[in-house]
Design a protein around this ligand. Structure first.
Ligand SMILES: *Cc1c(COP(=O)(O)O)cnc(C)c1O
Length: 462
């Protein structure tokens, strides 16, 4: 890396040569961008020397916290022993074998095999091909439709974005691809509250949308239902407590595969190893990525039930699919070191029993702020719903997203990374966050809400 490049010069070069993901480049001023230069624990430092609390764990992934030299060392050692080999054509290597055994020990009893890729998106591509192949191998090639949900996030590839339910993503590039059907999401604050149902009734209604879709499409044509246990990028949408039990009931009576996209919920985010554990779900397939390596290196995968694995082990069956960098040895070494840390330090149990409840209590108290309509949190991820009038929670800000952006910008200025989804603020810090750091995070959030509320009123937005 070059040294002695000024912060401003870095920004100029970034502006000139770098196309960013999910970014309105026309609106992004040269000096408006931040160059993150260093990180340790829950802290980031930008190229201007500001210290910022990483309330998003990178992009929901740095579960073990930044700067873990143990992971760096494990990767270095693996790189010098075997920096690359593939797992096609009858070969394997020690780190992928060790990691797969480790994962089988963490997953529900009926899930014991893993197929790897490099990200959550490519894992969901694998899943789409895999579920269709599975049914074809069972003599049911017409069982192809995958039911998903509006406002779900399953990645950015053609299959990932199609499985996902993001309107703006579907508006570009001719998506979704055929064979994906989206039902309504169980979003109480954003949608259910506007109906004449109460929260429990709304949860049942949203679950039964799945049943209605299956009936409409025909069970014989439906391959699978895919869902995040809690929608992450959609806005940390925690379903009503009636939702998952009813979905489970529906799935139990149907011959349809259930895919739990655990890319965010997995590896401790909810205080359990997987979101499926938190809701007692029994998926046939699980998508993993993000917290698998805590983002130290890219690795994703598909966890496969014994029932599906059995079909893939039949004579003369070959799934014609694979990525060059699937189960890259260095990435597997990073995952092993990361999981070792999560286990040794009991970080998952700590989210469930200690730091989670500690954070949730203070987060909930933010509801007393005049701009906060709801503060929700499960494990260590949460959302604040911003509203113009605390006395009428059904009212929303005009020009959706504007207040969220104002609030996010204040948050950054107050030394805290939060993400804005529409007009809600999202938090998902490293699982290693201390009580003292939670206190700092809450203090920054309060100041941010005050600053944003002032602006919002000054601009006549509320
Ligand atoms: C981030 C995410 C993905 C996509 O993972 P990438 O590694 O960004 O491709 C898929 N599903 C969920 C639930 C995610 O949050």
């Amino acid at each position: 890396m070059r040294v002695n490049v000024s912060s401003h010069d870095l920004k100029v070069l970034d502006h000139k040569h770098h196309l960013h993901p999910f970014t309105d480049h026309g609106a992004l001023g040269v000096d408006e961008r931040r160059v993150i230069a260093k990180a340790d624990g829950v802290w980031l430092w930008d190229s201007d020397g500001n210290r910022i609390l990483d309330g998003m764990a990178g992009l929901w992934c740095v579960n073990a916290g930044h700067g873990r030299q143990e992971i760096v060392e494990a990767v270095r050692a693996q790189m010098s022993e075997l920096s690359y080999y593939n797992t096609f054509f009858k070969t394997s290597h020690p780190p992928v074998i060790e990691l797969s055994e480790m994962l089988a020990g963490l997953t529900p009893d009926h899930i014991n095999m893993v197929m790897y890729g490099s990200s959550g998106s490519d894992a969901n591509d694998t899943i789409l091909r895999l579920v269709r192949t599975y049914w074809a191998l069972q003599g049911q090639p017409d069982k192809k439709v995958v039911i998903s949900r509006k406002n779900a996030y399953h990645g950015s590839t053609m299959a990932g974005a199609s499985l996902g339910g993001m309107g703006p993503m579907h508006s570009q590039g001719g998506l979704p691809i055929p064979g994906i059907h989206h039902i309504d999401q169980p979003y109480w604050f954003g949608e259910g509250m506007m109906t004449d149902m109460n929260e429990d009734e709304f949860g049942l209604w949203a679950a039964r949308e799945l049943e209605r879709a299956i009936e409409e499409i025909g069970e014989e044509n439906v391959a699978a239902f895919i869902a995040e246990p809690i929608q992450g990028a959609g806005g940390v949408i925690v379903p009503p407590s009636t939702y998952w039990p009813e979905v489970k009931r529906i799935l139990e009576s149907r011959n349809i595969l259930f895919i739990a996209d655990e890319v965010i919920c997995g590896f401790g985010r909810t205080g359990e190893w997987f979101g499926s554990g938190y809701y007692d779900l029994k998926p046939d397939l699980m998508t993993i990525a993000k917290g698998l390596t805590s983002g130290y290196l890219p690795l994703g995968g598909v966890l496969v039930s014994d029932e599906i694995a059995e079909v893939l082990h039949r004579e003369n069956v070959e799934f014609f699919h694979g990525y060059t960098y699937a189960s890259h040895p260095a990435c597997c070494a990073a995952a092993i070191a990361n999981l070792t840390i999560l286990k040794r330090e009991g970080l998952v149990e700590r989210v469930r029993d200690q730091i989670g409840p500690y954070f949730q209590k203070q987060w909930k108290a933010l509801e007393s702020h005049p701009m906060v309509g709801q503060a929700r949190m499960v494990g260590l991820f949460g959302a604040l719903e911003l509203v113009p009038d605390e006395n009428d929670l059904k009212k929303r800000f005009a020009n959706e997203g504007k207040v969220g952006t104002i609030t996010r910008d204040h948050s950054f200025s107050n030394g805290l990374v939060m993400r804005a989804v529409r007009d809600s603020m999202i938090i998902s810090p490293p699982l290693s966050i201390s009580e003292e750091e939670v206190d700092l995070l809450i203090a920054s959030t309060r100041k941010t809400l005050d600053d944003a509320w002032n602006d919002v009123r000054k601009q006549g937005l509320a």
